[in-house]
Design a protein around this ligand. Structure first.
Ligand code: SAM
Length: 242
């Protein structure tokens, strides 16, 4: 028997309450998964863990679900952010999906001098993050911040957070060497645009005490590949893969 579908919902979760589903979720549950009243789904809202629930009222277009018991308590992913310069649509969607799967808590688009993407559709990125969380058994969905200029993000950089600066122009130490013997504290990973960081941006980054410049090897990786590689290595060294 296939696993019940997992759905991210906003309302609080407790036994016996009626949780209405959105139009898209109702379509997915009723028409795609062809579930009927009484069939099982799993719910999570990023606050109250994961709950077993059953399809309650189902009309042609609208469904609601009723939680019955908590199946997993809420837990928080490691305190890891991904800062990324927006790239082309398909690649940015893929990067957001992979970063969510890899357990980031926050996705922060940063506008850089060589960013050629005018607009970032935050709602679409959030929808991709929710879908990744639903499919990968996550208990929370990463926040998606509104795009900000890199310089202002660095000016207000939080004192307790380290910044893993993926610096293909270097010289920078190999990432595993740079992460060895580091404290477990809040971190962020930064990847640049397809055109790379400008000289003045690199100066700003190298002057930031919290920044840890790293090399991801001798090949120039596409930004989305660099993000996945850096996040995976951070999780392996300092995250919840250890
Ligand atoms: N400026 C580069 C160029 O020569 O065209 C390409 C930039 S790369 C496509 C996009 C971003 O991925 C970079 O700004 C950097 O953050 C990261 N990146 C790619 N390859 C890397 C490497 N070998 N080491 C560290 N960071 C890398």
């Amino acid at each position: 028997m296939s696993a019940p579908p997992r759905l991210f919902v906003e309302p609080d979760l407790e036994a016996g309450i009626d949780v209405p589903l959105s139009a898209d979720q109702s379509h997915y549950v009723l028409n795609v998964m062809r579930l009927e009243t009484g069939d099982s789904v799993l719910l999570f809202n990023g606050r109250h863990g994961e709950w077993q629930a059953s399809v309650g009222v189902a009309s042609k277009r609208n469904a609601s679900v009723v939680p019955s018991r908590q199946t997993r308590p809420q837990s928080a992913p490691p305190d890891l952010w991904l800062l990324f310069a927006p790239i082309k649509r398909q690649r940015i969607d893929l990067m957001v999906e992979k970063a969510a799967e890899l357990g980031v808590r926050r996705l922060q688009p940063v506008m850089t001098e060589r960013t050629h993407v005018e607009r970032v559709n935050g709602d679409r990125l959030r929808a991709h993050a929710i879908e990744a969380a639903e499919q990968c058994g996550l208990l929370s969905v990463p926040d998606v911040g509104a795009p900000q200029p890199l310089a202002s993000v660095l000016t207000d950089w939080p004192g307790d957070r380290r910044l893993l600066f993926c610096d293909e122009q270097g010289p920078a130490p190999p990432v595993l060497e740079a992460l060895r013997d580091r404290a477990r504290q809040p971190w962020a990973v930064l990847v640049g645009p397809e055109g790379g960081f400008s000289a003045s941006e690199r100066d700003l980054l190298l002057a930031l005490p919290a920044a840890v410049p790293v090399s991801l090897g001798p090949r120039i990786l596409r930004a989305d590949t660099a993000a996945v590689a850096a996040l995976a290595l951070w999780q392996a060294m300092l995250g919840d893969w250890t």
